[in-house]
Design a protein around this ligand. Structure first.
Ligand code: ATP
Ligand code: MG
Ligand code: FE
Length: 343
């Protein structure tokens, strides 16, 4: 089964051909980061315009790179949410037009399900699985009952982890998106600032990062006022240590409760070196019978890309979950919440 996938939820336009949900035959990612950097964040109108400009060309490129033609495609998949509505609409319209013109069936994919399924492109997932989804707009612990039934067991009450990285990065004068640079700085510094670890002791799987962000910004501005120079590497290391402490502590607690076969990380922040190292280490230290298999996606598949959408779409294809031409962008699409199973 060959799937042609589209992703255009934010500031990356991407197309990919994925075979059997596991093999990336081609992947094109047209990033717009340069166009948004001078605004310090993604400007929706600018994003939509860039998506329109490149989508036809990169569709042809994805087919060409995979050495295939339209007749070789079994399904067309597209991210229909969550994301920027105008950006999503470009991918959804392109996928619908292609499906209508060729008669190839259409599959709508949740962007977050896609991020989590980037792991499937590396290794086969055994279920139940537990995922830590950490990206620019989401910080969630997700329980995967099987390859298409996902439930949120915890999420952030305010900022997402990636968002916190980008906001403190801005204070430090780092270009958007700041996560990668802060991660690099953190590796050169020490945790000397003792920033807060919000909700770490709470008996649930929720997160909060806005207090940490404020503590960071206050520390920075206070030092500025008294003309004190703070070591940026230590600031980054202290911030990152606080983020990782909370993410790791709560995720390990969830692993103990749900006892998944597989542990997955997904989203841009899943590329974080400190977080990857810490999760590997903590899981290796669990009792043998509680140790899930760990699948951390390839670094380049952590951020937004269409290959992960092709992977998730394959699972939906197997279940016969197709969309029709009424498929619409849903900017606030959410995975369902696991309700009473928490206690
Ligand atoms: P969402 O997927 O929640 O809708 P998004 O698509 O904007 O949001 P992604 O593209 O998955 O998010 O991830 C981008 C985020 O990942 C940015 O906030 C970026 O700073 C962060 N990020 C990227 N690399 C790293 C890293 N090494 N360490 C920490 N954060 C990182
Ligand atoms: Mg992005
Ligand atoms: Fe994303």
């Amino acid at each position: 089964i060959r799937i042609l996938a589209f992703e255009s939820s934010c500031d990356e336009t991407s197309t990919s051909v994925v075979k059997n949900g596991r093999e990336v035959e081609s992947l094109i990612v047209a990033t717009q980061i340069k166009s948004h950097q001078r605004f310090g964040g993604v400007v929706p109108e600018v994003a939509s315009r860039h998506h329109i400009e490149v989508i036809t060309q990169i569709t042809n490129e994805a087919l060409k790179e995979a050495h295939i033609a339209w007749k070789d495609i079994d399904a067309i998949a597209v991210t229909y949410g969550p994301g920027l509505v105008g950006a999503l609409l470009i991918g959804v319209s392109a996928a619908k037009a292609a499906s209508m013109a060729t008669g190839i069936p259409l599959i709508g994919v949740d962007h977050i399900m896609g991020h989590i399924m980037a792991a499937q492109l590396k290794e086969e997932i055994s279920y139940p699985a537990l995922a830590l989804q950490v990206s620019g707009g989401h910080t969630e612990i997700v329980l995967l009952k099987d390859s298409t039934h996902f439930e949120i067991v915890g999420d952030t009450r305010d900022d997402a982890a990636g968002e916190a990285y980008d906001k403190i990065g801005r204070v430090l004068g780092v270009n958007y998106p700041a996560g990668k640079t802060i991660d690099e700085w953190a590796q050169k510094g020490k945790d000397t600032f003792d920033f807060p670890r919000a909700m770490i002791k709470e008996d649930d799987y929720d997160f909060s990062f806005s207090g940490l962000k404020s503590a960071f910004i206050n520390t920075y501005h206070h030092a500025e006022q008294i003309h004190q120079d703070l070591n940026k590497y230590d600031l980054a290391a202290s911030f990152q240590a606080a983020v990782i402490d909370v993410l790791a502590t709560k995720t390990i607690r969830a692993i103990k409760q749900y006892q998944p076969q597989t542990f997955i990380m997904g989203g841009g922040v899943a590329a974080n070196h400190g977080l990857r190292e810490r999760m590997n280490h903590e899981i290796a230290n669990l009792p043998r019978n509680l140790q899930p298999k760990v699948i951390l996606p390839e670094l380049k598949l952590c951020g937004d890309n269409a290959a992960m959408i092709g992977a998730a779409a394959y699972n939906l294809y197997q279940e016969g979950k197709f969309a029709d031409l009424t498929l619409d962008a849903d900017p606030s699409l959410e995975l369902p919440y696991a309700s009473e199973m928490l206690q």
